[in-house]
Design a protein around this ligand. Structure first.
Ligand code: PLP
Length: 391
């Protein structure tokens, strides 16, 4: 899916090898964010342009907006377990911060231990670590060299002091899928809660129904940026992070955006409708990519993974240079967050990779709007640039 950059003065055709072409880059960074689905855009427009009512107002305009929010809530919840409620937030990061608040109730019963996998996104990892300053013991639980947690080792770590175990469904950097259902069973056996960051799996990978909380984000499923949600099982007590007018059942105050909610709902409904066709399409792209990058090594498990994420390395490649050379492809070195912060990838490090191996790794993310030609062209550009580096 080439992006249209007409009018953007920074995208100009240059003389030189093909991989230096900067016009219309091919977007292969679908873990960082996804393009807005056209159907989502169309759904949002009337709520931005015409229906401006505050969904918390009692009059007709307000009630109309509130009804749209509730339709969206149902659509988003349709891909989540039953027996809980959905709280809209600004981002998944906010949802995760909100969910960790459950540890306060657990602390009153003597539980002061938090366990999170070492490969969690910073939204989970750094939130958990912030509790170390508030009297909690925080364990960053190690993983195997395939990026998957050992259930035996995790079982030994969870005890009757554990308040919460957090594990992600699909890893944002390497795409591996954790055995979340079994992890939730282990947590429950010791009376702990299980918080799952399902951001990279929601709408694409089945979510086990025994988790207690799930954080999601619209912009990873072809929805708008600026809205996420926390799904919470009934009966879990969460203190509000944001105080104010008491919206979202008093847990998350602030006026909701009907446009963002409606866009999120439509994006979720599309994922549900297109579940099989999206999965088949992504698998075709993944198979093509594995062919095109056959002499690269896959980071993390080759079998327990989401097909839309390919994190690969090649000895001797300088990825910083590769990314500045290959201007015709939008891809990532490590996670978008780690790249943005300049921090080395803790996920690749948790696999036991050496710094040189981490620096020679790239992440390619395929989505609904890519086609096989995108993969072929991207592979041509990347492999040609690598060859030029390694001569
Ligand atoms: N968790 C995972 C696995 C992610 O990939 C991301 C986004 O990169 C987040 C959490 C944070 O999501 P948001 O951008 O909605 O805060």
């Amino acid at each position: 899916m080439p992006l249209s950059n007409s009018g953007n003065p920074s995208f100009k055709r240059q003389k030189g090898p093909d991989f230096l072409v900067t016009k219309d880059p091919i977007y292969l960074d679908n873990q960082a964010t996804t393009p807005l689905a056209p159907e989502v855009f169309d759904t949002m427009v009337p709520w931005l342009r015409d229906n401006f009512g505050n969904p918390h107002s009692a009059h007709r305009l307000g009630r109309k907006a509130a009804a749209a929010v509730e339709v969206a809530r149902e659509q988003v919840a349709g891909l989540l377990p039953k027996g809980g409620e959905l709280i809209f937030t600004g981002t998944a990061t906010e949802a995760i911060n909100l969910g960790f608040g459950a540890v306060h109730a657990a602390q009153t019963t003597g539980r002061n231990k938090i366990i999170v996998l070492d490969s969690e996104h910073a939204a989970v990892r750094d939130t958990a670590l912030s509790y170390a300053k508030r009297g909690f013991e925080v364990e960053l639980h190690p993983l195997g060299s395939d990026g998957i947690v050992s259930l035996e080792e995790l079982s030994a770590a969870i005890d009757d002091k554990t308040a919460i175990v957090a594990a992600m469904l699909v890893n944002n950097e390497i795409g591996v899928i954790q055995p979340v259902q079994a992890i939730a069973e282990l947590a429950h056996r010791s009376g702990a809660l299980m918080l799952c960051d399902v951001v990279q799996g929601y709408g694409r990978v089945a979510i086990p129904d025994n988790i207690d909380m799930a954080a999601i984000s619209a912009h990873k499923i072809y929805g708008p940026k600026g809205i996420g949600a926390l799904w919470v099982r009934d009966g879990i007590i969460l203190p509000p992070l944001i105080h104010g007018g008491g919206q979202e059942r008093g847990i998350r105050s602030g006026t909701l955006s009907p446009a963002l909610c409606a866009g999120f709902g439509q994006a979720a409904a599309l994922c549900q409708d297109k579940w099989d066709s999206d999965a088949a399409h992504i698998q075709i792209l993944a198979d093509k990519a594995r062919d095109c990058f056959g002499d690269w090594i896959i980071n993390g498990s080759t079998s327990q993974r989401y097909a839309g994420n390919l994190n690969i390395r090649k000895e001797g490649v300088d990825v910083a240079r590769l990314m500045s050379d290959v201007r015709g492809v939008a891809f990532s070195a490590g996670s978008a967050c780690a790249s943005g912060s300049g921090r080395p990838s803790h996920v690749l490090a948790s696999l036991g990779l050496r710094p040189a191996q981490i620096k020679s790794s790239i992440r390619l993310g395929f989505g609904r709007y890519n086609d096989v030609k995108d993969i072929e062209m991207a592979a041509k550009y990347i492999n040609e640039a690598v060859e030029a580096q390694l001569v």
